[in-house]
Write a protein that binds this ligand. Structure first.
Ligand SMILES: [Zn+2]
Length: 227
């Protein structure tokens, strides 16, 4: 049957990578949130500085509860820093805050992959919600057009996961560049920032791998039904 199918094994590498990435993020964040930067300024004031220095005066900086819940919203141009980051002067806090500032600068510069990602979000949400029910219905009815439609709709979320990769890597590159150019971190601190951001990037790689493998699995199940 569908759920006890051996193709389920395909998903396992993605799951393992995801769990490993999550634990790597947590441990790296824990390590570098205990390392203060020599400059001693809070992430919130540094991020405000970074944006102004780079000619971006539109962004509103706020605070959000939770751990590692930091995010930038391109819709209303708000940048929210989590409780552990906002007032912290740690290497981890500056890295995470600067990464979000990197997203804000992407919007400011009209960076194409961010535009694309923002534009496809509503469609991706609808497609991914419909894909599994339609695919499952297609299996029950043994009706190929429905299976194909389910796969195409699922592919939308895979495209989203892939478009996310350049957006995230670029935001981290911008973060390191802005922090070092402005003299907010020294060489040693820069290496810490890179480690934190690389660990975070790994979670997006894991999501993309999982999504690709899931897509492959649907294609294999559909193909076998044709035999
Ligand atoms: Zn990001």
């Amino acid at each position: 049957m569908f759920f006890y199918d051996w193709t389920y094994l395909l998903i396992i590498p993605g799951l393992i990578l995801g769990i490993w990435a999550q634990s790597k993020v947590k441990s790296t964040y824990a390590e570098y949130s205990r390392v203060p930067t020599r400059l001693g300024r809070s992430a919130a004031t540094v991020v405000d500085d970074l944006l102004r220095r780079n000619g971006n005066n539109k962004v509103r900086i706020g605070r959000v509860s939770g751990e590692l819940t930091d995010h930038y919203n391109p819709g209303n141009e708000t940048l929210n820093l989590s409780d552990g980051v906002f007032a912290s002067n740690s290497v981890a806090a500056l890295g995470i805050a600067a990464h979000e500032a990197g997203h804000a600068m992407q919007k400011h510069d009209g960076y194409a992959p961010l535009k694309l990602r923002t534009a496809i979000v509503p469609a991706v949400n609808i497609c991914s919600g419909l894909s599994t029910p339609l695919f499952f219905l297609g299996l029950l009815m043994s009706w190929e057009p429905l299976l194909t439609l389910g796969i195409i709709l699922f592919a939308a979320s895979t495209v989203f996961a892939l478009v996310t990769l350049p957006v995230e890597f670029n935001a981290s590159n911008r973060a390191v560049a802005m922090l070092t150019e402005g003299g907010y971190v020294n060489g040693e601190e820069e290496r810490g920032v890179r480690k934190v951001l690389q660990a975070a990037a790994l979670t997006y790689v894991a999501s993309a791998v999982t999504s690709l493998l899931s897509l492959l699995r649907l294609v294999m199940i559909a193909n076998r039904r044709r035999d």
